[in-house]
Design a protein around this ligand. Structure first.
Ligand code: NDP
Ligand code: MG
Length: 396
C-alpha cells in the first residue's frame, strides 16, 4: 500500500480549491489534507475545516486568526491557525507536505506558490498569474529545487498530456510544430460589438461552459485569460509566443492540442469540469477517478473552430504583445488587468474599458528586465499605480 500524500490547498474556499477537495475526498486512502487557506469567505473555510480536519489553516489577518481559533476550539477542532503571507508560505513549504495546490487568485498567490517551489514540492499550478508575473525566475526556481510542476489550467494540463515525457529537451527536439490553445470565446463571442459597452458583471460572469471564480470569469469574457494562458504556455513548455496559436472552440470539449511535424495533431478531450485536470495532476503519473461523467460524443455531435477576432478581444492582442516584449511587460499586463477587472466588478468602469486600461498602462510604462522578485513586485506596483491614476483621471 502507498504512503498517504499530504496536501496543502492554497485558496481552498475558491472554485478550484473546492474541486480539489472534492477529488481528495474521493480518495481517502491516497490523500490527506495538511493545510487549507481562505481569505474573505471564513464561514466556508470553517465548514471545510470541519469536513477535512486539516492540521493547519491560514486566514488573512492576525485578528481573523484570533477569532477563527476561538471558533475552531468551540467546535472541538485542534487545527493550528496561521495568518498572512508568512502563514501561506509556511504551509506551502512545511516538511510534512507532499503536494501543494496553488489556487489563490491573482498576484497574491505568487509568494506562497514560490515558497512551495523552492521547498521542492509537487506543485499543482492553478494560479497562472504567478507564472505570468515572474516566469523566468519561477521556472529557474523549479529547475534549482527540482520541484515537480504540474499544470492545472485545463488547456495546459491538456497540452502536458499530449506532449511526450521528454518535452523539456525542447519542443523542436520532440517534433512539436505548434501548440493550439483552445478558448470557448466566453459569453460575448457573438454579442454585437456595439452592445459590449453596456454588458454587466453578471453577464460577464455567466460563462457558457465553465463554473469559475469571478475574476477568471471576466478574464474569459475579455479573453485576457487566454492571453495570460498564452504567456503561461510559453513558460511551462519553453515555447515562443509565435508557436502558440489560439483557437476558438465554443463547445470546450477539446481542452487544447499539440501539432507535430509529421502532421499528427494530438488533443485531450473531456467534459468541462476542472476535477479532470486536478485528478490528473494529483495522481500523475498514475490516473484516478475524478467524479467527472464520461464524455458523450453522440450528445456533443459536433465540434466547431474559429479564429479569434482581435477587435472583439483586444486583451488577447495586448497579451500577445506583452508576451513578445517579455521582461516586465507580462507582470504589468497582469497587474493592470487585475485593477481593471476589480473596477469592472465594482461597476466603476465599463467592460470595454478593461482593455483601454491595460493598453494605457503598457504604452505609458517602458518596462524592463526582471532580475529578481523585488523587480517583479516593483513592476506590479508601478502598473497598479498607473491603472489607478487612469481611473482617477476618468473620475472613477
Ligand atoms: P476564486 O475566486 O473562486 O478563489 C480564489 C481563492 O483565492 C479563494 O480561496 C480566495 O479566498 C483566495 N484569495 C483571494 N484573494 C486572496 C488574497 N489576497 N490572499 C490570499 N488568498 C486570497 O478563484 P478560482 O478558484 O476560480 O481561481 C483560482 C486560480 O485558479 C486563479 O489564478 C485562476 O486563474 C486559476 N484557474 C481557475 C480555473 C477555474 O475553473 N476556476 C481554471 C483555470 C485556472 P476567499 O474566497 O476566502 O476570499
Ligand atoms: Mg484555462
Amino acid at each position: 500500500m502507498k504512503a498517504l500524500q499530504r496536501i496543502t490547498v492554497l485558496g481552498a474556499t475558491g472554485s478550484i480549491g473546492q474541486s480539489t477537495l472534492d477529488v481528495i475526498a474521493q480518495h481517502p486512502e491516497r490523500y490527506e489534507v495538511f493545510a487549507l487557506s481562505g481569505h474573505a469567505r471564513l464561514d466556508e473555510l470553517f465548514a471545510l475545516c470541519q469536513r477535512h480536519r486539516p492540521k493547519c489553516v491560514v486566514v488573512a489577518t492576525a485578528a481573523d486568526a484570533t477569532s477563527f481559533s476561538q471558533r475552531l476550539r468551540e467546535a472541538g477542532l485542534a487545527t493550528e491557525v496561521l495568518h498572512g503571507e508568512q502563514g501561506l508560505s509556511d504551509v506551502a513549504s512545511a516538511s510534512e507536505v507532499d503536494a501543494v495546490m496553488a489556487a489563490i487568485v491573482g498576484a497574491a498567490g505568487l509568494k506562497p506558490t514560490l515558497a512551495a517551489v523552492r521547498a521542492g514540492k509537487k506543485v499543482l499550478l492553478a494560479n497562472k498569474e504567478a507564472l505570468v508575473m515572474s516566469g523566468g525566475l519561477f521556472m529557474q526556481a523549479v529547475r534549482d529545487s527540482k520541484a515537480v510542476l504540474l499544470p492545472i489550467d485545463s488547456e495546459h494540463n491538456a497540452i502536458f498530456q499530449c506532449l511526450p515525457g521528454n518535452y523539456a529537451q525542447g519542443l523542436s527536439q520532440v517534433g512539436v510544430r505548434r501548440i493550439l490553445l483552445t478558448a470557448s470565446g466566453g459569453p460575448f463571442r457573438e454579442t454585437p460589438l456595439a452592445n459590449l459597452e453596456t454588458v454587466t458583471p453578471e453577464q460577464a460572469c455567466a460563462h457558457p461552459n465553465w463554473s469559475m471564480g469571478r475574476k477568471i470569469s471576466v478574464d474569459s469574457a475579455t479573453m485576457a485569460n487566454k492571453g495570460l494562458e498564452l504567456i503561461e504556455a510559453c513558460w511551462l513548455f519553453d515555447a515562443r509566443p509565435s508557436q502558440v496559436e489560439v483557437v476558438i472552440h465554443p463547445q470546450s470539449v477539446i481542452h487544447s492540442l499539440v501539432d507535430y511535424v509529421d502532421g499528427s495533431v494530438l488533443a485531450q478531450l473531456g467534459n468541462p469540469d476542472m476535477r479532470t485536470p486536478i485528478a490528473n495532476a494529483l495522481s500523475w503519473p498514475e490516473r484516478i477517478a475524478s467524479g467527472v461523467a464520461p464524455l458523450d460524443l453522440f450528445a456533443i455531435a459536433r465540434l466547431d473552430f474559429h479564429a479569434p477576432d482581435e477587435h472583439r478581444f483586444p486583451c488577447l492582442r495586448l497579451a500577445r504583445q506583452a508576451a513578445e516584449a517579455g521582461g516586465s511587460a507580462p507582470a504589468m499586463l497582469n497587474a493592470a488587468n487585475e485593477v481593471a477587472v476589480a473596477a469592472f466588478l465594482d461597476r466603476r468602469i465599463r467592460y470595454t474599458e478593461i482593455a483601454r486600461i491595460i493598453d494605457a498602462v503598457l504604452s505609458q510604462e517602458p518596462g524592463g528586465s526582471l532580475e529578481n522578485l523585488d523587480a517583479v513586485f516593483e513592476a506590479d506596483t508601478v502598473a497598479r499605480r498607473t491603472a489607478v491614476q487612469w481611473l482617477t483621471r476618468q473620475g472613477r
